[in-house]
Design a protein around this ligand. Sequence first.
Ligand code: GTQ
Ligand code: FE2
Length: 322
Amino acid sequence: MANVSPEDFNRAGNMEELLSLLGEAGIENGWAKREPSMYSVPKQNFIGAHWSYAQARAALDAAGRFVNTELAERRNLILNNPVPGNYYPTVTTLVTAYQMVKAGETARSHRHTANAMRLVMEGGPGMYTIVDGKKIPMIPNDVLLTPNWCWHAHSNETKNNAYWIDFLDVPLTHLVGPMFFDHHEDMIEKTDIVDENSPARFPFQQTVARLAAAEEFTPGCRRIELGNPAMATIAIHVTRLDPGASFSEEPSTLSRVFAVMQGEADAVVDGRAFSTKRGDIVAAPSTKAAKWTAKNEVYLLRVSDEPLLKYLNWLRPIAARA
Ligand code: GTQ
Ligand code: FE2
């Protein structure tokens, strides 16, 4: 920078004077860094964490008394990884939220560059996500995609409140930078087209049938992928565990969020033990081992950043160190 000249550096008589000049010039030395920029294995501040659907559902019902969707873009609850100072990501690249739309209510059409998907907890015929002008039914345990820049709204034409779980790559979008967001000129895209067979929908019935035909990858556990991958940055896998069956994931660079679709299971993530049931969420940050054991027949959804890591050649195991 202009305030420090080459002559100033030429006159530097010792390391302290050099460091002081570098400071004035807005340059940081690379040999005695405040923080190392490289290290032997990934750092991770986030922890394994669990959220209960029963609790979130009651919180959404309370929000339903105080927050309406004319004011709020979405009536959602963000599952921020519970470490000091974090108010947003669930794991490094992904955020997870519970959302509720009341009977007869809509949540307006918008689009964003962040990729999003949902797992339906309570819905049924008449509950729709409207994606690019088509109504896609939201039946319990369906998975719906709203990739990068697709218009989407939610319309509850049933008699009951509808609840689901959102997963988005917003933390990744924030880090890389390309966040864009638009409101639709209509509050809600007008359409009568119902598309049950949309490529944006993975009906639970199909998931069940595919899993019934899948091979075991470990005793009592079968796994399929929804999509190939589902979206550019997000992969979705569903594991079916027989009663008493168990599987483990060794530490790796993969960030993942688990959601229990059916049954009850014990999870151990990051050395923390959680007792889970339908609708519960478990955050499994990168570098953390995860083990699941089913108490009865369990369907378990896993949302991860696998396609992103594969594309970048950054999907790697992390060996346990003594
Ligand atoms: O339903 O469109 O939880 O845009 C966060 C951002 C849900 C949605 C969220 C969103 C949505
Ligand atoms: Fe959205």
